[in-house]
Design a protein around this ligand. Structure first.
Ligand code: PDD
Length: 289
């Protein structure tokens, strides 16, 4: 899939990316006034599709964007993009902005049509649950300086982008974030889990973090399996630094094991056995969502 031949979806039509144009008056462009989703697919099989579309609908409801599209409409767009862009491993990106106005005015206009964009991009092979082969992640940490509505998957991502860049500049893969009380929230583009004494722990859902679909599926899979104890609770950064294992999760990364935090080893500095078990269970069950 050469990027310039990429077939994308824009406002009801499929076209080469080079022909996809939006107005500079689009509120997505001017204000970051929109909602987006990223759904992984492996050889044409979508993962967690209904959950992703429900989260996108929740986001649109939260910011008052009205759009008449069912899960099946979205599935048709996804399937068509997969057909037209090759059946490798593709991430599907969906983006709904409030639309283009004739002027720049902050209040929501009520007479404009939402802009709907979707495209497919290549993602890595699904993670293999083998601690000798898996990519090992390094992260930095910093205080979370984003807004207080992080549960909304908004296209206003500058706060996340700036935090990601901090880690990037420091030569690591991600930046994990903590609030003013020194409590873990999430990472710039991932949710975060720790393992301590074989208990898998992640912060509870609230306005400080995105309700990640990978997070949701992993918790559900672990609870149904029952081998590992799972907790959703506040986690201090002291606990993060003393954790046996640290993971970051997202649709494109599955469960990514972190071996270094702020230049110091996590646990014994190696990918852990609990990661291996969790990723094995996740790989075996993620296509059931
Ligand atoms: N990022 N937290 C944030 C801030 C995110 O941006 C993401 C996803 C996640 C994980 O959510 P999920 O498991 O549903 O992918 C958590 C996407 C992939 C992105 O922006 O590219």
């Amino acid at each position: 899939m050469a990027d310039n031949h990429n077939i994308v979806f824009l406002n009801g039509q499929f076209m080469p990316i080079s022909e996809a144009k939006i107005s500079p008056m689009d509120r997505g462009f001017l204000f970051g006034d929109g909602i987006y989703e990223v759904v992984p697919s492996y050889k044409g099989k979508l993962v967690g599709f209904g959950l992703h579309i429900q989260r996108m609908q929740d986001g649109m409801n939260a910011i008052g964007i009205k759009l008449n599209k069912s899960v099946d409409d979205w599935r048709d767009i996804a399937q068509s993009l997969i057909e037209q862009n090759g059946k490798g491993n593709l991430g599907l990106y969906f983006h709904v902005s409030r639309g283009a106005d004739i002027k720049r005015f902050h209040a929501y206009p009520d007479d404009i049509e939402a802009t709907v964009f979707a495209y497919a991009f290549e993602i890595p092979e699904a993670t293999v649950a083998d601690k000798t082969l898996v990519k090992q992640f390094k992260v930095a940490s910093t205080q979370d300086l984003r807004w207080k509505r992080c549960q909304i998957k908004s296209t206003s991502l500058l706060g996340n982008v700036m935090h990601f860049q901090q880690g990037h500049d420091a030569g690591v893969h991600e930046t994990i974030l903590y609030n003013q009380h020194n409590e873990l929230t999430e990472a710039s583009a991932c949710n975060v889990f720790i393992v301590k004494n074989e208990v898998v722990i992640t912060p509870p859902l609230d306005n400080q973090l995105l309700p990640g679909i990978t997070r949701h599926m992993l918790l559900d899979i672990l609870r149904k399996d029952g081998t590992l104890q799972v907790e959703e609770r506040v986690i201090s950064m002291n606990e993060v630094r003393a954790a046996d294992e640290l993971w970051i999760t997202s649709s494109s990364k599955d469960i990514a094991p972190v071996v270094e935090l702020d230049g110091k080893p996590v646990g014994n500095g190696k990918v852990g056995d609990i990661w291996q078990l969790a990723q094995t269970l996740y790989s075996a069950n993620k296509h059931n969502y």
